[in-house]
Design a protein around this ligand. Sequence first.
Ligand code: MG
Length: 201
Amino acid sequence: MTAAKRSPKSRIASFLGLFFPDYKAASVFEVSPKGLWRSGIRHVVLDLENTLVPYKARTLDSATLGWLDDLKRTGLEVSIVSNSPRAWVEGLLADHGIRYVAMARKPSRKAFLKVLELSGCGSEESIHIGDQLLTDIFGAHRVGMAAVLVEPLSKKGPISTHLQRKFLVPLIRLGCRLARLGDPLGVEGGGSEPKFQELPG
Ligand SMILES: [Mg+2]
């Protein structure tokens, strides 16, 4: 017996569904380490630029370091997967003993798969937190990881970020609207279903 073939329409809907964050938060500080642990998460995979630090920041501030410590104290594995240049990522993280992959080329699956392997955690017990629909949310969903969308810490970013915000995100949102899926950013769109799950508290 062969599996029933899916229609092109349902394939497109499944593809576009990968852009919808599972959770939405103003910043990482709304994400409770204990809440994640209680909901079965064992591994937090973080974006760096505009998620943990503003564009071109030179240090991690004390509140962010405190939140990262909370994750570790809770028993969670922590990884950073960043598309930013290696020297910048290394300069920020070298002193803090945090596992990272720089120049990750998200939404490629490669770096996500690498940190899954290094952490010893499966994708179903890992969650990615990032500020971009394409690189972070779509990228994480491609490996079966849940994803939290946070507000970017600054409007600044490299040219790739600006191109993503100006052209790709409107295109993705239009596609989702045409497919009657609603709005992946939750800004508009119909339907009575809640757009995002509530973050575990
Ligand atoms: Mg980012």
